[in-house]
Unconditional design. Structure first.
Length: 337
């Protein structure tokens, strides 16, 4: 059983792993180890996406690598929204939503107990926003969201994208919660060697009032060795300077019933702005990918610090590196008293 972290928060701090973009080229698609990638372009989840010879994916409409937009069943997303907003199993005994506490949290970590299970909230430090990750934190909550993941048919819809042995695996599920962003914090979710083996899905729980700002900003694929908006490859050494200036930053507007799904090499940030009259924007997020455990070391560079529990590609659910560090810090804190 996981130990509560309220005391450990005083003695342990961690910065979530995010990866600044550097100029290098992914390994060829053939270097997938024991996994045989599915390459049928007719089965790609986004008609605007083309698979490139190096195994990455280029979205012609968005002009970026390894990013997809898909339709999602709004009734299934509503199940996650009902938990978050306290209209179903998320309710406290007094009828309020336990997630209301997030906006008042003063420590970097907060446990949230609901009838749907426990959630672990981590305030992301180092970013110029009040973003928080609210991750499932026990098996009951994990299985509840795993059911959503499966009923959204995500393993089947991305089977042609993610190399795998038997079926795609959910690693973690959480809400991304924020009400303001003062400056960009550009990053990629995964290191380049991860390739298409791990993905992040984000979809809004509601259509929020603010849409002119406070959405998603991303950089088009224009670096040396990457592709232009027309799909042509820019020639140049992997570590060369960009051959020409990148085009202007692009924006993606979140919409209910749509999800954006991305992997390595998609460089993005929350757009600056704030919710209308302080309205909190909340999103359902899944991290998922291959069931090949040999790929975990690279994937874990991101996922081992996002939540306290995580499911590995081999299906084992347990403490992440962050979870183990918090447990150890709490034990040391207690022994020192």
């Amino acid at each position: 059983m996981l130990i509560a972290v309220s005391a450990a928060a005083y003695v342990f701090r961690t910065a979530p792993a995010r990866h600044p973009v550097v100029g290098c080229v992914l390994p060829a698609a053939a270097e997938h180890g024991g996994c045989a990638p599915v390459t049928d372009p007719a089965r790609l989840p986004d008609d605007d996406v083309t698979r490139l010879p190096d195994g990455t994916y280029f979205n012609r409409r968005l002009g970026a690598l390894n990013v997809f937009e898909i339709d999602v069943d709004e009734t299934l997303v509503d199940e996650a929204a009902d938990i978050f907003y306290g209209t179903s199993d998320g309710l406290c005994d007094n009828g309020s939503s336990p997630f209301d506490r997030i906006s008042q949290m003063t420590e970097p970590y907060l446990d949230v107990d609901t009838r749907a299970g426990r959630f672990f909230t981590q305030r992301v430090t180092g970013w110029k926003s009040n973003i928080a990750w609210v991750a499932v934190d026990d098996e009951h909550a994990f299985r509840r969201f795993e059911s959503l993941f499966e009923r959204l048919l995500l393993p089947q819809r991305f089977a042609s994208v993610v190399p795998h042995r038997r079926a795609l695996r959910l690693y973690s599920a959480f809400y991304v919660v924020r009400s303001k962003c003062d400056a960009h914090s550009f990053h990629t979710d995964y290191m380049k060697p991860v390739g298409p083996h791990a993905l992040t899905l984000i979809t809004p729980l509601r259509d929020y009032r603010e849409t002119a700002s406070f959405q998603l900003t991303y950089k088009p694929a224009m670096a040396a060795g990457e592709v232009q908006r027309d799909g042509r490859i820019v020639l140049g050494a992997a570590d060369a300077e960009d051959l020409r200036e990148r085009p202007a930053l692009q924006r993606y507007e979140y919409r209910r019933g749509k999800a954006i799904v991305f992997g390595s090499r998609f460089e993005h940030s929350t757009e600056t702005g704030a919710g209308h009259e302080g309205e909190v924007h909340a999103y359902l997020c899944f991290t998922f990918g291959t069931d090949d455990q040999a790929r975990w070391d690279d994937i874990a560079q991101t996922l081992d610090t996002q939540s306290r529990i995580v499911q590995h590609p081999d299906g084992k659910l347990g403490l992440s590196a962050l979870g183990r560090a918090i447990e150890e810090a709490l034990a040391s804190f207690k022994s020192a008293r």
